[in-house]
Unconditional design. Sequence first.
Length: 479
Amino acid sequence: MTPGAPPAAPGAAAVPVEVVTAAEAEAASRRAAGWMAEHGLVAGDRIAFCLPSSAALLTAVLGALRTGIVPVLLNATLLDAERDALLVDAEPAAVVTDTAGLAELATGRPVELAPAPLTRPMHYTSGTTGRAKGVWSGLWDDQTAAAALADEAALWHFGPDDVHLVCSPMHHSVSVRFAGGTLLAGGTCVVLGRFDAATAVAALAGRLGPVPTTTFLAPAALARLLAPEVGAPDRFDALRLLVHAGSPCAPDLKRRALARVAPGVLWEFYGSTEGQFTACSPDEWLERPGTVGRARQGRTLSVDDTGTVWCRPPDFARFSYWGDPDKTASAWRDDGSFTVGDLGRLDADGYLYLDGRRDDLVISGGVNVYPAEVEGALHGVPGVAEVAVFGRDDLRWGQRVCAAVVPASGAGGDPVRLLAALEHHASATLAPYKRPKEYHVVDELPRTSTGKLRRLEVADWLGLEPARSDAGGEGQSEP
């Protein structure tokens, strides 16, 4: 594994960049799996990681997966209290939260690994309650494991000549799927410690290692990569595959990206932590602008009378929510279909168009933010009666987190002081990407006749003019 980094701009920290080949990954994964075995971990146990992306993290995760040990991948920017709450829920047999602990995994005695992962990582995702839930796939036999690996390989055609650029943090499911698929096919990965547009441009040009042939960029990252000030080249002709997903990609951004790559290169998919729904080639999108594609192989899509999108996946793609049978039951129908609550429509040819994000989710910088969690934290500020957290379009981040606050009756005081208290409390209790970037002090909030908050109308009700958005996305760096 070869470390490297581009020259840092004055006053800026260099972004770690590593290159790992299939042979290096195999050896490192075997050692990491050996360390886990030596410390008593067995198939079905969980090992939690809360670290930035790195080649060592990637290979440790693959070593765990190929012995049936379940990596629990947590956002490295979580505050201690947030992280610890998830660790209590996950009940891991081992926890790795620093580079010293990660390095220790490299000291294990190598063990044999299964040809394919025997499970999926457990990633945490939240619903409208704001309570994070682990997505749990259980353990697979060899036949099921082979089918799951082939499902990705058949769509993206991973091969030994591929060099995959890892831009997304590894607590997002797409990173391990694409990087792992490339390494298991004999290819090479270039891993960014965190997303930085200038570093990504240097990596794509081959200045930090081998020239990448594939990468995944959420729309937020894609917009930053193509921003004029970054100085990206007019063409990325070495790429055979550039994939985006996670939130809507503005048509203007999509067309600008299409102009920078060869025909057939820019794909997108629609999926979630829970599972994959569709894939869409560039030609399909050009013929049907706005679609997210048709059902992936082995899947069937449907839309019910409420507009909710359902997907019936292959057997290996079944999941449950860790420790939450009620939530699991609500996600699945008797016909084997599941939903994550998104709304959409299917045309006569089976192409899916999404009509909105599920519930009131805010996607800022490619990271999911759940208003109920942020509101719960801000309610702890003295002098606050009500809080409504909502998203507002943002040119850089896709959406930015905003909060409308109603002061408590009789609280009095200076609104400036209240805002300062809110910002201080948010800094102490919430990870940076969850903290509101705007606060609005108001006398009341818009509600229905039954008293329910009309969250999606808050921005309009405040008279805020939404910005034209070129961003969004699943999983890059946090604002």
